[in-house]
Write a protein that binds this ligand. Structure first.
Ligand code: BES
Ligand code: ZN
Ligand code: ZN
Length: 495
């Protein structure tokens, strides 16, 4: 997986004379969003076309307007001005790019609305627009013989002089973070036969080594020597051997260290508790947490935040076989706790427990955040677009919620009720990996992880819903969404 080329620019000039395949103008239903005279003049042309009101989803293309060099002007509706937020701008640019890709265009120009008119900061307007365009331009067609659609070569953003001077740094920041998101998307969309643990770990390492990251890979022998009993139990059923990947970003003078841990199940069959048909098909995505963590470190190494970051990525394939762990097996985790495996499909918490115990002991981070496609129950609770956030730490949870709002990678805080802990009691071992109740599965999974945390500041983000999409959305194609990369990159800069 290679990183993609640069394609965003901020430009100004005479809109009528600019050479581009299409000029895209966002329009509100009830207000003028632009300050530029030429753009205002053009939006006036929509009034004669009765079918365009600027309502959300409205589209109008005018061809070969007099004196206009660009052959097309595309108007896209944003709805009511007061309802416009960063996500609607992200969506609009994603849609614009996708529409133009389908028309086989190469270069487009999007007129950015005036921040003053929107009552937002310039950065609040530009950043999501750049993101929507960059992310909407990604096409995962590596496994297609015929590449039907080609990404745009260039997207220009038309705005004022002061924007161009002050926000050139924003461009490279957006490109770095969105390239990370795309990297994660591609890893997630890659089929499981092409990302067996060893291969996936090597692939991450080969990209990570281009940045200033310290990279360690533990193979199965080392994991055995070190006592990763829970992780090895999950790996036991597969011919593909497990790997633990550690990516470290250690800037000089860092006052804080945050560890991010990502679930990396390259395929989750459920193991001996085999998943039924219908639940198996998309389980190549069960390494989305790992992808988000790896891509965040690769992006962070370029953005150079002040905090130290330790990415911990346990990578395992969960398969049934004669060697596989059985329901009822008892294993000893890295921290010495015994775990009764009452359901081999609750494997994510097992590999995370060992990864968490290891990083706490060896690195003593100030904060630990894990990201995992952990439970179907979380998707039942919050649907496919919102992640579950679990943390006993109000301040940390609030920071994550703020980053979620800013990036559009939504998180909803969930409870960690003390009295539910007893649902994880085992008759024979220190803890069971399976709740004795069939309800509240996302909560009991989070409580299981909390048993391995001790007193470190911690948050768990269950991304089982938003990590993957079966159908394309406004700025994402079908497959991995890269959820978590933009969220974590934003958060890290605030810690
Ligand atoms: N990988 C799944 C969770 C999942 C479900 C991710 C749907 C994405 C979409 C996880 O390992 C799992 O199987 N969890 C079980 C836990 C249960 C056995 C306690 C679940 O959610 O059913
Ligand atoms: Zn599972
Ligand atoms: Zn799983």
């Amino acid at each position: 997986m290679e990183e993609k080329k640069v394609m965003l620019r901020l430009i100004k000039g005479d809109l009528y004379k600019l050479k581009t395949d299409a000029v895209v103008i966002p329009v509100a239903e009830d207000a003028q969003l632009h300050e530029n005279e030429q753009v205002i003049l053009l939006t006036g042309k929509t009034e004669t076309a009765g079918e365009f009101r600027g309502a959300k989803g409205d589209e109008l293309t005018l061809y070969n307007l007099p004196a206009m060099k660009s052959p097309r002007v595309i108007f896209l509706g944003l709805g009511k001005k007061d309802k416009i937020d960063s996500e609607s701008l992200r969506v609009l640019c994603g849609k614009a790019v996708k529409k133009c890709i389908k028309s086989s265009l190469k270069n487009i120009l999007i007129a950015a609305p005036s921040s003053g008119k929107l009552g937002m900061e310039i950065k609040e307007v530009l950043e999501p627009m750049l993101e929507g365009a960059f992310l909407g331009n990604h096409i995962f067609d590596k496994y297609k013989g015929e590449k039907k659609n080609k990404p745009l070569e260039k997207v220009d953003f038309f705005s004022e002089q002061k924007v161009m001077i002050n926000f050139s740094g924003l461009l490279s920041q957006v490109e770095t973070v969105c390239n990370g998101t795309i990297l994660a998307r591609e890893w997630v969309s890659t089929p499981s036969n092409c990302k067996k643990p060893e291969q996936f770990a090597k692939n991450i390492a080969s990209i990570a080594k281009k940045g200033s990251l310290i990279i360690k890979i533990f193979d199965e022998k080392k994991l055995e020597r070190l006592g990763f009993g829970a992780m090895l139990a999950v790996a036991a059923g597969s011919h593909s051997k497990p790997r633990l990947l550690i990516l470290e970003y250690a800037p000089k003078g860092a006052k804080k260290t945050v560890s991010i841990v990502g679930k990396g199940i390259t395929f989750d069959s459920g193991g001996i508790n085999l998943k039924p048909p219908g639940s198996l098909e998309d389980m190549k995505m069960d390494m989305s947490g790992a992808a988000a963590v790896a891509a965040t470190l690769i992006s962070a190494a370029k953005m150079k935040p002040k905090v130290g970051i330790i990415g911990v990525i346990p990578i395992v394939e969960n398969m049934p076989s004669g060697e596989a762990a059985r329901p009822g097996d008892i294993v000893t985790g890295y921290n010495g706790k015994t775990i009764e495996i009452n359901n081999t499909d609750a494997e994510g918490r097992l590999i995370l427990a060992d990864a968490i115990s290891y990083v706490l002991k060896e690195y003593r981070p100030d904060i630990l955040i894990d990201v995992a496609t952990l439970t179907g129950a979380c998707v039942v609770a919050l649907g496919e677009k919102i992640a579950g956030l679990f943390s006993p730490d109000d301040e940390l949870a609030e920071k994550i919620i703020q980053s979620a709002k800013k990036t559009g990678e939504r998180c909803w805080r969930m409870p960690l009720p003390e009295d539910y802990r007893e649902l994880l009691k085992s008759e024979f071992a220190d803890i069971s990996n399976m709740s004795s109740s069939k309800w509240g599965g996302a909560i009991t999974a989070a409580l299981f992880l909390s048993e391995f945390i001790k007193d470190t500041r911690w948050a768990h983000i269950d991304i089982a819903g938003p990590a993957y999409t079966k159908k394309e959305t406004d700025y994402c194609g079908a497959g991995g969404t890269g959820f978590g990369v933009r969220l974590l990159c934003d958060l890290i800069q605030k810690l």
